[in-house]
Design a protein around this ligand. Sequence first.
Ligand SMILES: N[C@@H](CCC(=O)N[C@@H](CS)C(=O)NCC(=O)O)C(=O)O
Length: 217
Amino acid sequence: MITLYGIPGTATTAPHMVLEEIGAEYAFVLVERDAHDVPTAPPGFLALSPFGKVPALDDDGLVLTEAAAICLHLAATHPEAGLLAPPEDRHARATTVRHLMTLTNTVQPAYLRYFYSERYTADPAGVDGVRAAAVAELVELRDHFAAVIGDGPFLLGERCSVADLYLAMLASWSSDMEPADRWWSDPVIARHYDAVLARPGCRRAVEQEGGSLSSGA
Ligand SMILES: N[C@@H](CCC(=O)N[C@@H](CS)C(=O)NCC(=O)O)C(=O)O
């Protein structure tokens, strides 16, 4: 039995897309939090996710946090879904992992500085500066990923991988930034999102979360 604990529109979305793509039977348990972001439900959630972050996965007693780790675990244990190339396809597999790592350890932290700017400075007057620097970094990273995709439509060309699902999730997080800073303002990234959302499993997951089904491009 697989259970995904999460909150729609957060780092939960990529694992949710992977679960739908691999055709797993799973339960989605909504995590509730108070005004200070402390989880209040389900009971015992902090035992699964010690820092109280979403998502968390329970795969038959194997408990995982970290959205990218959950995505890799699900993709690796369901090779038939084709979201992670087999080990013998060294280039595709290693490049998928490389992009996924950049997304989770460089792009995602920049988003955290954007969304939670006040956590990154002890000086209340510095909050706007933290946010502005995060946006500048996110724009550079958007340009990097647009260059990697090129004609695409995916990071590895014709082949869609778990890193594409992760990229689509992160691209959707910029929708309340200034129009020129949004990831979908780049036509390559917009086309990439629409290509990911054209996959029925990804679409179902985003639909269930009430997210955007199209970049609007
Ligand atoms: N590195 C973690 C980050 C998870 C994370 O920061 N999740 C956010 C939602 S996107 C969260 O739970 N935030 C609540 C908080 O930081 O208080 C992952 O990728 O799973």
